[in-house]
Design a protein around this ligand. Sequence first.
Ligand code: AMP
Length: 114
Amino acid sequence: MTECIFCKIVAGEIPSHTVYSDETVTAFRDINPVAPTHILIIPNKHIEAVSDLPEEDEQLMGHLFTVAQKLAEEEGIAESGYRLIINNGPDANQVVFHLHLHLIGGRKMKYPMG
Ligand code: AMP
């Protein structure tokens, strides 16, 4: 677990631009943003991917989304819209194996991606 970069962010062991945190969730700005708002919302506990999500953490997943909703309001993109993405596994180009929800907005996006 200690080698996980996002666990280290949760633990405050490496710097991040954190915009929200509570007992179960942390949110911080993506280091390589693809839009004016690009925030990663993660569970504090280490879950590698959606594929590994235990049933008992259903509520935790819901919490990621309500935090996303709150942050979208704060970022001023609730009305203009935003995209929520979870990459799962190699074909989806998941790079960091600590489950995370991308909150992306502040520009018009292409359909379906980009
Ligand atoms: P994914 O392809 O869904 O695994 O995306 C991983 C995301 O994590 C990418 O958008 C990276 O830019 C981002 N990322 C990697 N390391 C950091 C970091 N130390 N702080 C913030 N974002 C990061």
